[in-house]
Unconditional design. Structure first.
Length: 399
């Protein structure tokens, strides 16, 4: 591969496509086929290892994917709507209002028109969204650094340590697919499309706030830069009308659900109260620091090293000069995942949608002349991810 394919491409200068949406989509799908094939292969390996381990221990692998932890809450909402609350022995309340509505709505809709159970519908959504996410991640990587980097980037996302969640009836793949395509739309200057996808992301997970921030900050910087270049405020606003409309559209899904909970519970801050009851309030990282301080020294040092690696990846993203929306999104997802007071074991999967963090290693692997080395690295990571996933899913969890 030539060097120019590994340099960021300027947004707005795409390769030519056939005319018409049909041929254009078909051409894009053909270009993404290697990435989708590799992603499907590594996820299939994870499922195969899970099935073999479950058989060895006499457990049901399907139940591990559809009948545990958050997936049960989503299916209960799909079945009965909102209104279920659990009172814990310590008096804490866990309400299903902590879960956003898009996944249960899709589960219910699919069950109504197919023979699938709610669990099966959840898996259909998760697996389909996983392929769409891999496609969107590939599209972002290929747009910036070439197709080879896009393929490696999608593969690395598929072998993320907690990638087993991508095979569960969870929202990670659904949210990541919406986020990846929204960011790609921003890179291509399609702000209304990005805003619409952001609306759906805001109905999927609270971390959509990071995606909304990415659009808003990028638009704000663009407007300020053009205004400071000596252009009048009127022409700047008129020329960027679609961008402004997309940014205004972006938070509506997230806000709609927060308002829904507020009206239902009769309090403007009801949603945040619900999250606090689940232990998911924002504490600025104090819970994380306390968790690390309570670990044995070797474990604490290992966790600090992992956090150091995470910080190093952020630095590499900045040095790589990633486009502003990707930088803001990736960093925002990491910050949101670390500053909450929730269960530490969930934080790695909460950071999984931050795929821009994988762009530096993906570009580095793509630079290797030989294709065998990247393939070997991905194969080793896929085996490790599959083994870890089976061990976690067959254990007490939660992920």
């Amino acid at each position: 591969m030539s060097d120019h394919q590994l340099r960021p491409r300027l947004p707005g200068a795409p390769a030519p496509h056939p005319r018409g949406p049909g041929p254009r989509t078909a051409a894009a799908l053909r270009a993404a086929a290697p990435a989708l094939a590799v992603y499907a292969a590594v996820r299939a390996l994870g499922l195969l290892v899970l099935w073999a381990a479950a058989q060895a221990f006499g457990k049901d692998p399907l139940t591990r994917l559809t009948g545990r932890w958050d997936s049960v809450w989503y299916q209960r909402i799909a079945e009965n709507g909102y209104g279920y609350t659990v009172t814990l022995p310590d008096g804490a309340l866990h309400s299903d209002l902590a879960f956003f509505p898009l996944l249960p709505a899709l589960e219910r809709g699919i069950r109504e028109v197919t023979l699938l159970t709610l669990g099966g519908a959840g898996l259909l959504v998760a697996w389909t969204a996983g392929l769409l996410a891999a496609w969107g991640i590939f599209a972002v990587g290929a747009e910036l650094y070439g197709r080879r980097t896009g393929v490696v980037l999608a593969a690395l996302w598929g072998v993320y340590p907690t990638a087993f969640v991508q095979s569960m009836a969870y929202t990670e793949t659904l949210f990541t697919s919406l986020a990846a395509w929204a960011l790609y739309a921003v890179l291509k200057g399609r702000w209304l499309v990005a805003g619409a996808l952001c609306v759906l992301a805001g109905l999927t997970r609270p971390s959509a706030a990071g995606l909304i921030a990415a659009l808003a900050i990028t638009a704000g910087v663009t407007l300020v830069r053009e205004y400071r270049a000596g252009q009048g405020i009127g022409p700047v606003l008129r020329r960027n009308a679609r961008m402004i409309a997309g940014v205004a559209l972006a938070p509506l899904g997230w806000l709609a659900y927060v308002v829904f909970v507020a009206v239902r519970e009769g309090s403007p801050f009801a949603y945040f109260d619900v999250q606090a009851q689940w232990g998911n309030s924002i504490d600025g990282g104090r819970a994380l620091a306390a968790f690390i301080a309570g670990l044995p020294l070797p474990a604490a040092l290992g966790l600090c090293a992992a956090l150091g690696l995470l910080g190093w990846l952020v630095v590499l993203c900045v040095r790589q000069r990633q486009p502003l929306p990707l930088l803001v999104y990736g960093i925002a997802i990491v910050v949101i995942s670390l500053v909450g007071a929730g269960y530490f074991g969930s934080r790695p999967r909460l950071m999984m949608p931050a795929f821009p963090l994988l762009l530096p290693p993906a570009a580095a692997l793509a630079r290797l002349r030989s294709t065998e080395r990247p393939a070997a690295v991905i194969a080793v990571l896929a085996c490790a991810s599959a083994a870890y996933g089976a061990w976690t899913l067959l254990g007490t969890g939660p992920p």
